[in-house]
Design a protein around this ligand. Structure first.
Ligand SMILES: Nc1ncnc2c1ncn2[C@@H]1O[C@H](COP(=O)(O)OP(=O)(O)OP(=O)(O)O)[C@@H](O)[C@H]1O
Ligand SMILES: [Mg+2]
Length: 423
């Protein structure tokens, strides 16, 4: 019903009366709306997120606004991002069951999703800043990426279904445009909304913006992002889009979902572990973080190992799409041919993910959307020192990605840069 009404933003005050007759919500949290307690979660940039608690349970209500919540009307952004988030969540649940919040209701007209309230989960980024070592994240995220990226591609899906899906998500133009500009271009010139820790980083920033090899590589990566529509990406898979407990990991917020290269999600995710690594020194007041740094590097290794193992398993057991068909390989007795092709595909993902990781590090330090790992380091000299190391690491990955062969090599580089004295 509400879907047919004109869009209206919810508020803490109006939510119980607006959603009081919503059967899905009533069934979850209780029918007595006078007992509903509503609070707004303040930490999202783009949308409204409410937690609604009733007599028998709780739920999350997420609503898009016709603009960016943090900026206001001056930055319009279409409501349909909620439609893409909803459709991405249902696909992720089908392809990697149990990895996302359960969806109770979607209202396209009001751009709202009612979903499972994850509790006592906290945002992974926050846990890493606090120095918490989560035992299961590498395995859970590695499996999530392998399953969603493989099963959303022409390696697995019927060509007709994938093309229909590609067409559906092709309309997520505005959010894609944010990625295209904010990730791949703005960090490399003095774009209007950029900022960095200044003046400490001014010299290095000028150096990076004058670095022709880096600029060309960033644009080659943008070209891959735009032209290689191989699978449905989460599109914003960083440690702020993952909620965790010691035993559980859930991915949230896929509103940037889009058909793009597999390596994009993997690279962005790993970049966030490496940024956490470089930020640890800024959080050492309350104790040494040596063990945390070692843990973070182990997490990158395990994530990549799990991703590769699961991708390989799916390649051998679920390769039912139109690419590298079994009829050409296994059915001809040529199992080695299928393995050779797998090596090519995995190698391509590896080479590209290093590039995407390098660029992701840069945009979080030079662009508009910074991350709390560095931002919460109050001492600006210390912050700049952590950031400068991450910037050098990112540059090395982006420019030399074809010459790097293993994750151990990358982690050796990270450890080496971490030990160097900075700017
Ligand atoms: N299902 C959930 N269960 C519990 N908390 C949630 C859930 N979904 C979102 N949150 C909380 O709300 C916050 C904002 O959610 P989300 O990241 O989806 O919003 P957003 O506006 O898209 O933010 P962003 O700026 O990251 O794009 C999360 O950081 C988390 O703290
Ligand atoms: Mg979001």
């Amino acid at each position: 019903m509400t879907g047919k009404l004109q869009f209206e933003a919810l508020s803490v005050e109006t939510l119980p009366s607006r959603l009081g007759d919503n059967e899905a919500l009533r069934a979850r949290i209780g029918k007595d709306t006078s007992a509903w307690k509503v609070r707004e979660v303040g930490d999202g940039n783009l949308n409204l997120v409410f937690i609604v608690e009733g007599a028998s349970g709780a739920a999350v209500v997420k609503q898009a606004l016709p603009y960016v919540r943090l900026v206001g009307d001056s930055w319009p952004l279409p409501l349909k991002r909620s439609f893409f988030e909803y459709h991405a969540l249902t696909r992720q649940e089908a392809r990697a069951p149990g990895s996302v919040p359960a969806i109770y209701h979607f209202d396209e007209g009001q751009a709202l999703i009612i979903m499972e309230y994850l509790s006592p989960h906290i945002i992974l980024r926050r846990a890493l800043i606090e120095g918490r070592q989560l035992p299961g994240i590498a395995r859970d995220i590695g499996l999530f990426m392998a399953r969603t990226l493989f099963r959303g591609s022409d390696l697995h899906m019927a060509a007709k279904d994938r093309k229909a899906d590609l067409a559906l998500f092709a309309d997520n133009v505005e959010l894609c445009d944010i990625t295209e500009n904010l990730v791949f271009s703005d960090p490399y010139f003095e774009a209007r909304m950029n900022r960095h820790t200044s003046p400490q980083l001014d010299g290095l920033v000028a150096e990076l913006r004058a670095d022709r090899d880096l600029k060309v590589e960033a644009q080659r990566l943008k070209h891959i992002f735009a032209a290689n529509a191989e699978t449905l990406l989460h599109g914003d898979l960083h440690s702020g889009s993952i909620m965790v407990t010691d035993g559980e990991t859930r991915m949230i917020d896929p509103e940037f979902a889009f058909y793009g290269p597999m390596a994009f999600d993997v690279g962005m995710l790993l970049a966030n572990f490496w940024m956490s690594f470089f930020s640890q020194r800024g959080h050492e007041q309350s104790g040494k973080r040596d063990a945390m740094r070692a843990y973070l590097l182990e997490v990158t290794v395990e994530t990549w190992v799990v991703f590769r193992a699961e991708f390989t398993h799916l390649w051998r057991t679920e390769r039912t799409g139109m690419l590298y068909q079994k009829s050409l390989f296994e059915d001809q007795g040529d199992r080695l041919g299928a393995e050779q092709a797998l090596d090519h595909v995995l190698h391509q993902i590896w080479t590209d993910l290093l590039g995407f990781a390098g660029i992701e590090v840069h945009r979080r330090i030079l662009g508009l959307a910074h991350n709390a790992d560095f931002e919460t380091i109050a001492d600006e000299d210390l912050r700049a020192s952590c950031e400068s190391k991450a910037l050098k690491f990112g540059r090395h990955l982006a420019v030399n990605r074809r010459q790097i062969h293993s994750i151990d090599e990358v982690n050796h580089l990270a450890a080496l840069i971490e030990q160097e004295s900075s700017i």
